[in-house]
Ligand binder design. Structure first.
Ligand SMILES: NC(=O)c1ccc[n+]([C@@H]2O[C@H](COP(=O)([O-])OP(=O)(O)OC[C@H]3O[C@@H](n4cnc5c(N)ncnc54)[C@H](OP(=O)(O)O)[C@@H]3O)[C@@H](O)[C@H]2O)c1
Length: 164
């Protein structure tokens, strides 16, 4: 069984999305996400897959959760349960759950690591949220802080949590 990690960009109030899209674009976070997930398996919900601007993520094994039988996705495996998806990852060392809200909620109790990009801004009109990160369960082990700049509208931090 591979190690299960969640990776997410989370704003204040645990907001992660709005109207089927991300809340904002932070180029350094996109780069970080790519570096972390490249050559690994990524598990995502059907709505997150549909929100990807260029379809399946290249150089990663894409696993898309759906309850609709006989679904087909370009360059991705359709999986009908979390267990189905994990079965396809038996040879992996680490599997990344990349969202969205529904899938994070379903998998956080199975995860051993959370890679959270904190976006230091409150988005009032968010409609998708990350589950609570219970500090009795999760221990912060690293944090890198970055200010806003001409390419990044908001300050942000890369934070890693491991299960206590
Ligand atoms: N900030 C971030 O890091 C981040 C990352 C990813 C996504 N997001 C945002 O999150 C939002 C989307 O989240 P969401 O909760 O609406 O959707 P989602 O979690 O991406 O997808 C939900 C869908 O996945 C399928 N699914 C989930 N669990 C399943 C299971 N156990 N078995 C079978 N199928 C399962 C179902 O598809 P069917 O309806 O086909 O059955 C369900 O409707 C968007 O706004 C997106 O931009 C943010």
């Amino acid at each position: 069984m591979p190690k299960i990690s969640l990776i997410a960009a989370v704003a204040e109030n645990l907001a992660i999305g709005r109207n089927k899209e991300l809340l904002c674009r932070l180029p350094n976070d996109m780069k970080h996400f790519k570096e972390m997930t490249l050559n690994h398996a990524v598990i995502m919900g059907r709505r997150t897959y549909e929100s990807l601007p260029n379809g399946a993520l290249v150089d990663r094994k894409n696993l898309v959760l759906t309850s609709v039988p006989e679904s087909f996705y370009d360059n991705a495996f359709a999986c009908y349960s979390i267990e189905d998806a994990l079965q396809l990852c038996e040879s992996e060392d680490e599997v990344f759950v990349i969202g969205g809200a529904m899938v994070y909620k379903e998998t956080i109790d199975m995860a051993t690591t959370l890679y959270i990009t904190e976006i230091h801004h409150k988005f009032d009109n968010a409609d998708s949220f990350f589950p609570e990160i219970d500090k009795n369960i999760w221990k912060e082990i690293s944090r890198q802080d970055f200010p806003a700049d001409n390419k990044h509208e908001y300050p942000y931090s890369f934070v890693t949590y491991i299960r206590k």
